[in-house]
Ligand binder design. Structure first.
Ligand code: RB5
Length: 158
């Protein structure tokens, strides 16, 4: 995790419901100078969101990408699946405030978005806030560390 050479690499994925926004996000990420790992899907044909959540989350977990972006219908299924991968802190960001504060306070490393919940302009605003905000650290560091402790506890018990 946190491999500096991949700081400007974003892993991105969607299911069929999020495909259109994923393609719009890719254009925006290119415009902002990011490199991308597109984990699919490649069309609006029906598919299973956990497959893409896992691929993006693993890329973030091993450090091939500094952050991940996942789009499905609600953002919820993607977050549930991505958060099963160690080291991943995926946050459903269907509003700008959450997009900004999940970075500032929670050090979220995966943004999940509901393409059936927000329109295109809002989706772009959300992505921009997520990318531009940095973790504040300070009192939030110990709280984020506690999330890691929970993860380690249950990973050990498996
Ligand atoms: C697909 O119809 C929908 O269930 C999926 O995109 C997502 O919203 C799941 O969380």
């Amino acid at each position: 995790m946190g491999d500096e050479k991949n700081e400007r690499v974003i892993a991105i994925g969607s299911d069929h419901a999020g495909f259109r926004i994923k393609e719009i996000y890719k254009e925006e990420l290119t415009r902002r100078g990011y490199d991308m790992l597109d984990m699919g899907t490649d069309s609006e044909e029906s598919c299973d969101y956990p497959d893409f959540a896992q691929a993006v989350a693993e890329a973030v977990s091993v450090g091939d990408a500094s952050k991940g972006v996942l789009v499905c219908g609600t953002g919820a299924g993607m977050a549930m699946a991505a958060n099963k991968v160690p080291g991943v802190r995926a946050a459903v960001c269907n509003d700008p405030y959450t997009a900004q504060y999940c970075r500032l306070h929670n050090d979220a490393n995966v943004l999940t978005l509901g393409a059936r919940v927000v329109d295109e302009d809002e989706a772009l605003r959300i992505l921009g806030l997520f990318l531009d905000a940095g973790f504040e650290g300070g009192r939030h560091s110990a709280r984020v560390e506690k999330i890691g402790e929970i993860e380690r506890k249950y990973t050990k018990e498996r």
